[in-house]
Ligand binder design. Structure first.
Ligand SMILES: [Zn+2]
Ligand SMILES: [Zn+2]
Length: 259
């Protein structure tokens, strides 16, 4: 069985001592594709994500600036992102969106740059990795206004309501679930899982954070995406192979990966 981790932060310093072992464990577990998110702290992580993807045929990079860091964006940031976006292993932009839970950057900056990222994605014809927390209705409104149904992308680490999921599906987006679906207190999220069609479903680790049960609280890594798939299989009453195959295919399709 082969799997895809559609969102991981493999340049995080937590992997500096054993990154190659982490990748070996992922491959042994059947994880055939990893989307490495460059929005992992300061801008240099974007360059590191691209370098990592160049070294490994099964890794691909998504470049951008996290909504937490929206206040650090300058016109120069977009020039550098455009340059990186031309690299063949760069398959998307993000993560971008709105995070009104932490409010690490002023909301006005988050909104402005979220819009700018949607426009850039449309111009470059790249999919978006979207991050939204405590701001689904507003983010959906912006996607609708800016995208006119033309935005391609995935809502990563989805934690919204059934209504939010329906709105995202209507916009043509994919919805990705992380290790949160394995948490005891995530019953509501597991209910939402049932309404997402297999053709729009992605899975991810968002590592090093959000390790699924039974690794909860420890460092997360791409090999554990299998636990996410297993939980989805159980909740939706489908064979694990069907979840693995569909989410791998969807990841390849959305990010236009070589198959
Ligand atoms: Zn995120
Ligand atoms: Zn992330």
């Amino acid at each position: 069985m082969r799997f895809a981790d559609s969102h991981c932060h493999l340049t995080d310093p937590q992997f500096d001592n054993d990154r190659d072992l982490v990748l070996e464990r992922a491959r042994s577990a059947g994880v055939a594709r990893c989307i490495v998110i460059g929005a992992t702290g300061d801008f240099s992580h974007n360059e590191r994500a691209v370098a990592l993807a160049r070294q490994h045929p099964d890794l691909f990079a998504v470049v951008g600036v996290h909504p937490h860091d929206a206040k650090t964006i300058t016109p120069e940031t977009y020039i550098r992102l455009r340059e990186l976006a031309h690299h063949p292993k760069v398959v998307g932009l993000g993560e971008t969106g709105l995070d009104f839970y932490y409010d690490n950057s002023p909301r006005a900056d988050q909104r402005r740059h979220f819009r700018a990222f949607i426009r850039l994605a449309r111009e470059l014809d790249l999919p978006l990795s979207l991050h939204v927390r405590d701001a689904y209705p507003e983010a959906i409104g912006i996607l609708r206004a800016e995208g006119e149904g033309q935005v391609k992308g995935v809502m990563h680490c989805f934690t919204g309501t059934e209504e939010d999921a329906h709105a995202l599906l209507e916009l043509g987006l994919f919805i990705s679930f992380s290790g949160i679906v394995t948490f005891k207190n995530a019953q509501a999220l597991r209910e939402v899982l049932r309404i997402v069609p297999l053709t729009r479903l992605l899975i991810e680790t968002d590592c090093p954070l959000l390790a699924p049960v039974p690794y909860r609280g420890r460092r997360n890594e791409p090999a554990y995406v299998v636990r996410v798939a297993e939980t989805i299989a159980t909740v939706t009453n489908r064979p694990l192979a069907a979840i693995a195959e569909a989410t791998l295919r969807n990841t390849e399709q959305l990010f236009r990966l070589p198959v």
